[in-house]
Ligand binder design. Structure first.
Ligand SMILES: NC(=O)c1ccc[n+]([C@@H]2O[C@H](COP(=O)([O-])OP(=O)(O)OC[C@H]3O[C@@H](n4cnc5c(N)ncnc54)[C@H](O)[C@@H]3O)[C@@H](O)[C@H]2O)c1
Length: 361
């Protein structure tokens, strides 16, 4: 088993990573607990969890449209009805959606109860379960008057007391979902970790086959990068914003129903768009974007949108990004061979050019 330490003073915690570790690790959860389990994960658990008298189970259908305050309220209600108080531990078992919603319920129930994150997708293992960001989507109106969700616009920082990543869980993951997690690993590598980028490139086939040993190493290396960044900047006052590489573009693309993109797929296209900005601004060498596209394609990830939507649609979404300051667009852009910087005031022309390069019109 591998362990990653998230150093946050008196809120430090450990992430445990290994195959078939869930039963043993969850065995430590004694006393009152609220288990919020992803619908699709429930059948995989078998006899992994046994519910005692003080433990309550609720399952949740994981979808972005269900990542709402309504779902948080359902968890609060279930906890209240079962008589849970502040001594209860909420255990969120599932992908990033269950982790974010369950985490927000834990942050807010009776002003906060302990949380254990049990990520079951690659994306949740390397990203969503680490660092304490929890939250839900909110509704907003699109330029054509239709309703669209604003991604993660309400939430809280709430660190778990433990993260358990059972690599065996990845075996049942749909290939498309697996690739979404790989996109976040590529993002972590692009933040200044050429060793991880080489590992991903040279083990692409084994990763796509979800081979246990390679996956454990991938999760360990990738989660370690996120853990270090979070330890240095828990509340995203500075460096943590780097983890949003590709995400400003991705958050604008992901809610568009016409594009039919999962989060990781939008991140993949977002990484290319960010690279296009950097190339246009002379921050990376010529050929950087082509190399990015090549790596992502090898991993079965998209590097452009399949339906052309107007640039203005994306720009209006990007203006709402939480990183923006004083009305100025703030983007994370690749710099040099392998690295990224937070860049303020990128001009609209460069952003439009990048959006067109990934398929906008
Ligand atoms: N909090 C953060 O820091 C953070 C970081 C990155 C992403 N996120 C959020 O995470 C969400 C995406 O997470 P995700 O990619 O895990 O998606 P997800 O939670 O939707 O899970 C993807 C699908 O896989 C299913 N699933 C989960 N585990 C499975 C398993 N072991 N076997 C078979 N099926 C399984 C789920 O039911 C779902 O259908 C987004 O909402 C994103 O905003 C949060």
């Amino acid at each position: 088993m591998n362990c990653v330490q998230i150093e946050l003073g008196d809120r430090s915690y450990e992430m445990q990573i290994g195959p078939s570790i869930l039963k043993k690790m969850l065995g430590d959860v004694q006393g009152p607990a609220m288990f919020v389990v992803d619908d699709n994960v429930m059948p995989l658990l078998g006899n992994v969890i046994s519910f005692g008298g003080e433990q309550t189970l609720m399952t949740m259908f994981a979808s972005e449209t269900n990542k709402t305050m309504g779902s948080v309220e359902k968890i609060w209600d279930a906890m209240l009805n079962a008589g849970h108080d502040r001594e209860t531990t909420l255990v969120a078992i599932g992908g990033g959606i269950v982790g974010d919603v369950g985490g927000f319920a834990a942050a807010t129930y009776m002003r906060g109860v302990e949380l254990i994150q049990v990520p079951t997708t690659l994306l949740a293992m390397v990203d969503a379960s680490i660092g304490g960001k929890t939250g839900v989507n909110t509704k907003r109106t699109r330029s054509n008057g239709s309703e669209i969700m604003g991604k993660n616009l309400a939430g809280a920082f709430w660190q778990p007391k433990k993260v358990i990543a059972d690599i065996q869980m990845l075996q049942s993951l749909d290939a498309r979902q697996l690739r979404c997690g790989i996109a976040e690993c590529v993002k972590h590598a692009m933040l200044g970790n050429p060793v991880l980028l080489t590992f991903i490139e040279s083990n692409a086939a084994a990763i796509l086959n979800c081979e246990l040993e390679v996956m454990e190493e991938l999760v360990f290396q990738s989660a370690s990068i996120k853990a270090k960044v979070v330890s240095r900047d828990e509340r995203e006052g500075g460096e943590r914003a780097l983890l949003n590489l590709g995400h400003t573009f991705a958050h604008a693309m992901e809610p568009m129903p016409e594009l039919d993109l999962l989060h990781g797929e939008a991140v993949s296209i977002g990484l290319v768009a960010a690279a296009c900005c950097s190339e246009a601004l002379g921050m990376v060498g010529v050929g950087f974007v082509d190399h990015m596209r090549e790596v992502l394609t090898k991993l079965g990830l998209p590097s452009r949108m399949q339906t052309a939507l107007p640039v203005s649609e994306f720009v209006s979404m990007m203006k709402l990004d939480k990183k923006n300051k004083g009305g100025q667009m703030r983007l994370v852009l690749p710099e040099g061979d392998c690295g990224a910087v937070i860049t303020d005031g990128v001009d609209l022309e460069t952003i439009s050019l990048a959006l067109r390069a990934v398929g906008a019109c």
